[in-house]
Design a binder for this molecule. Structure first.
Ligand SMILES: *Cc1c(COP(=O)(O)O)cnc(C)c1O
Length: 816
């Protein structure tokens, strides 16, 4: 690959010796008899030694310089594989490749043996992983905090077209990247009671006696930045029971009962909740949230005290970012620690809490805004419930003191929702307890101001700010697409690798150069061939690499509107069948994505995709002009194979519902053209890329809102007005794609026409017409590749480094 020019012989020899030593002394295998997985482990351990050297240097430097620290709290980190990421950022990729080749070991094969660390569901978790890498690249002294789930996101299998969930066992063969730190552990309490006590100075204090205690054990993974600049720590917590075994019960013959409490305590870090964009209401989920928040806050307060001596300087020395409301209980927990454990006054504690915490909002979907039943909170976290009531009472009193008596306003800003049984609103808690509340795209931030947080925004007009998401180019360009990277470096020089935000722009003039565009198309063609091979191997389906690869890969969710794409697929299929001799642009429709296990409609959409795929792919009249594939088990690694092979990127959510999106950025950076709505970051991408290099269509947020207000969700008129749409719906409804069960999709189609919540039908004609313009653009390769090159050249701003730079200067106040 192109990111390293020189491969010095002595480095190769040293790396080879290191791998052999690891294989022998750490893995305990003779090279003669080592399995491939043993090699993976030995290589990872050899690479890890390099990380550790830099890690310690960097940590010492942070202490020496008294750098302000950033703590990124996230219930999800969707990391993927780390081997190539680490080797590449350390500048050791070519060294390793050469050293291993000398040992007869193929790095390209070994890399595929690493399991994906899928400790997240989708965009939110992947953002956290991109941001960690970027913080290391920029030299921000950061710690990621989360949960070391024993089982990450489920493995998706498709059986007879249906999704089945299988347990993911990413730790089965151990994890060479992490360091277990049994000596770093904290008690985390649940339940019990709060008593009022008077301390030695006559001050009234609340004392929480938890009914149960779980131990949080730290596991550290070093995260290295580009060129090994700095190495930060991802600290993940595992839950361990306080007592390994109830010996008395065991001796008394109750062998199962003796371990049941252990199982109960340790279930906290057992599985990631596979629910994307919907609040998981389970008590275990609240336990997970509090567990990792409490351990992280105890850990960072201990570090702060050890280094700075006084908690009063916390906001100057530490910034805590809450990734969505999942860690929002941090507001109450930090207050509790400062009040009850460290004896500060309410005013002091509140100043420190709000001065240190900041919150990122990721969704406006009502079903995803977390609330917890007051009764559950009172039982599980009685002291926190008291504190939440106090925060609320003081806030309301304060507003009344300012002369604000508007009952509607006070009800809207309350931490307690009284309407549907009493519930704690975690969004409002985060808003009040943080000095910064940010959205993740310009549009989403504006909608936050106008909708969910309208009243709080009126009271605190400076608190909401925007930080449009970004992606790390190291993973999503250099590693995922070495061919394109090499072309770019060849063209504008190796400086691009260090400063892609500025250097990518230098590619722009080449959009009009035929020779460059040929090379641009050639790298895409090779990436497509690789994907064709993957699809042949996994699905037994042959694809034509010259066809237009039209790709929608992301979580399956109604708001993301895979259905709209499927309706286009069916309509196109019918049009080709009706008129097979027309000069259709050959297309491959590629889908991938997981549905939450309990989200039946999303699972039905997967089944429909596979039913359509089977029917279309078997139909000789379409003569390969249309192919449909659903590639199972979408994850970071699969994304790295699919995205560099895409010609068209589908970003077609109902306007106003996708907060930002990040796969839209990955595709455009790799030179795919976007067909999309004016939603999330698509809006800003259009400003950078230019309307003429994208295919924007559909209802705007205003139009969507107007229809919602009017209750205008019946789609019968839209269907009647569009013969193409009616025919597609009729075919699906009547069982053309499900002859084994003709009524399978009757409910789905009837639901769509009766109550089209996501306005699929309303947007269909506009989408169809835009797709025909895609065809027209594709037919003129010069035009297509010009647009593709300009997409890559103009995506620099969407780097995670830009986003993290903004967080660092505006919210965290580090690096200045
Ligand atoms: C980037 C990414 C996502 C986010 O995709 P969106 O289309 O923005 O929702 C989800 N999953 C994986 C594996 C990703 O890499």
């Amino acid at each position: 690959m192109s990111t390293e020019s020189l491969v010095p012989a002595e480095k190769v020899a040293a790396f080879r010796a290191a791998v052999l030593a690891k294989l022998t002394y750490a893995v305990g295998k003779d090279p003669e008899h080592a399995f491939d997985h043993d090699w993976f482990e030995a290589i990872a351990l050899a690479a890890r030694d390099h990380l550790v050297d830099q890690w310690m240097d960097h940590t010492r430097q942070i202490y020496r310089e008294g750098q302000k620290r950033v703590y990124y709290l996230s219930l999800e980190f969707l990391i993927g594989r780390l081997l190539i990421d680490n080797l590449s950022n350390l500048g050791l990729l070519e060294v390793a490749r050469t050293a291993l080749a000398e040992l007869g070991v193929d790095l390209e094969h070994i890399r595929t043996l690493e399991p994906d660390a899928a400790l997240g569901n989708g965009g939110l978790g992947r953002l956290a992983a991109c941001y960690l890498e970027s913080m290391s690249t920029l030299g921000v002294a950061a710690h990621g905090y989360g949960i070391r789930y024993e089982h990450g996101l489920f493995r998706q299998q498709i059986v007879d077209g249906w999704q089945q969930e299988q347990t993911e066992n990413w730790l089965e063969f151990g994890n060479p990247w992490e360091f277990e730190r049994p000596e770093v552990n904290y008690p985390v309490g649940f339940c019990g009671a709060v008593t009022t006590q008077v301390d030695g100075q006559g001050v009234v204090r609340q004392a929480w006696e938890p009914g149960e205690t779980v131990r949080a054990i730290a596991y550290d993974t070093p995260i290295v930045g580009w060129r090994g600049a700095s190495v930060n720590t991802l600290r993940l917590w595992r839950a361990r029971a306080e007592e390994n075994l109830h010996l008395e019960r065991f001796q008394a013959g109750d062998h199962i009962g003796a371990v049941s409490e252990v199982a109960r305590a340790e279930s906290i870090s057992r599985v990631l909740y596979p629910a994307d964009s919907s609040a998981a209401g389970q008590e275990l989920r609240l336990r997970q949230e509090y567990f990792f928040v409490s351990a992280s806050l105890q850990d960072l307060l201990r570090r702060h005290l050890a280094q700075h001596g006084s908690l009063l300087t916390l906001p100057e020395q530490a910034a805590i970012q809450l990734n969505d409301t999942h860690p929002a209980i941090a507001v109450a927990e930090l207050m509790r620690l400062l009040l009850d454990e460290h004896g500060l006054s309410w005013e002091q504690a509140w100043t420190l809490t709000t001065g240190t915490l900041a919150y990122t909002n990721h969704t406006l979907l009502p079903e995803a805004l977390e609330t917890w039943a007051v009764a559950l909170m009172e039982r599980l976290l009685p002291r926190h419930m008291q504190i939440i009531y106090l925060i609320n009472a003081r806030h309301i009193d304060d507003l009344r003191g300012q002369g604000i008596h508007d009952f509607g306003l006070l009800r809207a800003v309350s931490l307690i929702e009284e309407e549907h049984g009493r519930r704690v609103r975690m969004g409002n808690l985060a808003f009040l307890g943080c000095h910064s509340v940010n959205g993740v795209s310009a549009l989403h931030t504006q909608l936050m101001r106008n909708t969910v947080f309208a009243e709080l925004h009126r009271l605190y007009p400076k608190r909401i700010n925007n930080k449009t998401n970004g992606i790390t180019f190291r993973r999503w360009l250099y590693q995922a697409n070495p061919r394109l990277t090499e072309l770019l470096v060849d063209t504008v020089g190796a400086a691009l690798l260090d400063a892609p935000q500025t250097c990518l722009r230098d590619i722009e003039p080449y959009a009009d150069k035929a020779a460059f565009c040929r090379r641009f198309a050639a790298q895409r063609r090779l990436n497509k061939e690789a994907l064709v091979a993957l699809v042949r191997e996994r699905l037994g389906i042959a694809l034509d690499p010259d066809a237009l690869f039209d790709v929608q890969v992301k979580r399956i969710h109604e708001y993301k509107r895979q259905l709209l794409n499927l309706l286009h697929t069916v309509a196109l299929y019918q049009a080709i069948r009706t008129d097979p001799s027309t000069d259709w642009v050959p297309r491959v429709k590629i889908f991938a994505g997981k549905a939450a296990a309990n989200y039946l409609q999303a699972k039905l959409i997967i089944k429909l995709t596979n039913d359509i795929a089977r029917t279309v792919n078997a139909d000789p009249t379409v003569r390969g002009l249309l192919k449909v594939v659903f590639i199972p088990n979408y994850n970071v690694t699969l994304a790295e194979s699919i995205i560099p092979a895409a010609d068209l990127s589908e970003q077609i959510s109902t306007a106003g519902l996708e907060a930002s999106g990040t796969s839209n950025m990955k595709f455009a950076l790799n030179g795919a053209l976007t067909i999309g709505t004016l939603d999330g970051a698509n809006v800003e991408m259009r400003e950078w890329i230019g309307d003429e290099n994208m295919f924007i269509f559909g209802l705007t947020v205003r139009q969507v809102e107007a229809r919602q207000r009017a209750g205008d969700l019946n789609a019968e008129a839209a269907i009647a007005a569009s013969p193409r749409l009616s025919e597609a719906l009729l075919a699906i409804r009547s069982g053309v794609f499900s002859p084994d069960e003709p009524a399978r999709y009757a409910g789905l189609v009837d639901g769509l026409s009766g109550h089209d919540r996501y306005m699929v039908c309303a947007d269909f004609d506009a989408y169809w017409n835009r797709q025909r313009q895609v065809d027209a653009h594709w037919r003129t390769p010069k035009q297509w590749w010009r647009s593709a090159v300009l997409n890559t050249a103009r995506m620099g701003w969407f780097s995670a480094d830009r986003a993290i730079g903004e967080y660092a200067s505006d919210i965290w106040r580090v690096l200045d």
